[in-house]
Design a protein around this ligand. Structure first.
Ligand code: 13P
Ligand code: SF4
Length: 318
């Protein structure tokens, strides 16, 4: 037993040393390339520690428009890097892992959306940022989880087609007078959380508050004290007087929540709250990305121009 512990400690020490070496190499290359690191709240702990800006989709899209660096290393998933590139065609946007996608973004295609537009010609198309550039280009306006209600309410049309997340769309429908036509997309990770999981956590921590991401099922959102984007959750956790908070979103957010609120307890009510795509980015892949200037994310100019209109329209609303 003692020998096993000693061996594990040795491995931990080696791992720490390795990480420190890679982090050092990343810092040198970052300087050389004149790069900024935009990091999503779900990334691995050690990637969050690299961040110049750590945030939700909205915060990172805004940060992408404000940087004077030459290179944006986007530690997140493909649609996020694509949005940064659409907003900043003159910058080099790198995604360390090209295979870091978002299954929800793949749940709507341009031909399918065109058909829907033909069925409801009077409706505006509001597209969640978790979507491809081509789908954004077919849309009137983009939204994120932080501003979806405001974006929908800002439109003159009485009807909207909301793509691709049905859970966020349903949540918006409850907070607007407009008619919301839902698309049947969803996030596997958030969909796995059930009301029963939240109720079990509440039973264990009766004084706890519940916060949930709007990608969660309706049955989960009904149990939440607040429904928020990931950065909305960070703010809420800081301001809340409650010491224990049950969190309905991807577990990577726990690192930031605990770091910024060491006196509070954060409970993730289901083991399945992990986005495998967000976990693909590692220190090694970031180093490889900066060494080889890969993978550059670019959108063809016609699509980019149209998608940019829908994205900037959102940034003008909120
Ligand atoms: P946020 O914009 O709230 O960070 O959410 C992004 C996302 O992909 C949630 O699954
Ligand atoms: Fe996409 Fe869900 Fe992962 Fe967010 S958590 S990036 S919606 S798969």
């Amino acid at each position: 037993m003692l020998r096993t512990v000693a061996k594990e400690e040795h491995l931990d020490e080696l791992e720490r040393k390795y990480r420190a070496e890679v982090t050092e190499k990343i810092a040198v290359l970052k300087e050389k390339r004149n790069a900024i690191f935009l990091v999503h709240n779900y990334q691995r702990d050690e990637i969050q520690d690299l961040a110049d800006v750590l945030g939700d989709s909205l915060g990172l899209a805004r940060a992408a428009t404000r940087t004077d660096k030459d290179v944006i290393v986007f530690c997140g998933v493909h649609f996020m890097a694509e949005s940064a590139s659409i907003l900043n065609p003159e910058k080099t946007v790198l995604l360390p892992r090209l295979d870091a996608g978002c299954p929800m973004a793949d749940m709507v295609t341009v031909p399918e959306l065109k058909k829907m537009k033909e069925r409801f010609p009077d409706a505006a198309v509001v597209t969640y940022v978790n979507s491809s550039a081509a789908v954004k280009a077919e849309s009137d306006i983009v939204c994120t989880s932080a501003n979806a209600v405001k974006v929908v309410n800002s439109l003159k049309e009485k009807r909207v087609i909301f793509v691709p997340d049905r859970n966020l769309g349903r949540w918006v429908a409850k907070h607007t007078d407009k008619e919301v036509i839902l698309w049947p997309g969803y996030c596997w990770t958030h969909e796995c959380l059930r009301a029963a999981d939240v109720l079990a956590a509440k039973k264990k921590y009766p004084a706890a508050e519940v916060i949930a991401h709007p990608e969660c099922r309706e049955e989960v959102l009904e149990l939440a004290d607040a429904v928020l984007s990931t950065s909305g959750m960070v703010k809420y956790a800081k301001e809340s007087k409650t010491k224990t908070i049950i969190v309905g979103t991807e577990m990577g957010l726990g690192y930031r929540l605990r770091k910024e609120n060491p006196d509070k307890t954060f409970v993730f009510p289901a083991e399945c709250l992990v986005c495998p795509n967000m976990k693909l980015t590692t220190l090694d892949s970031v180093l490889h990305s900066l060494e080889n200037m890969v993978h550059e994310i670019r959108v063809d100019e016609d699509t980019r121009r149209k998608a940019n209109l829908a994205l900037t329209r959102m940034l003008e609303v909120v």
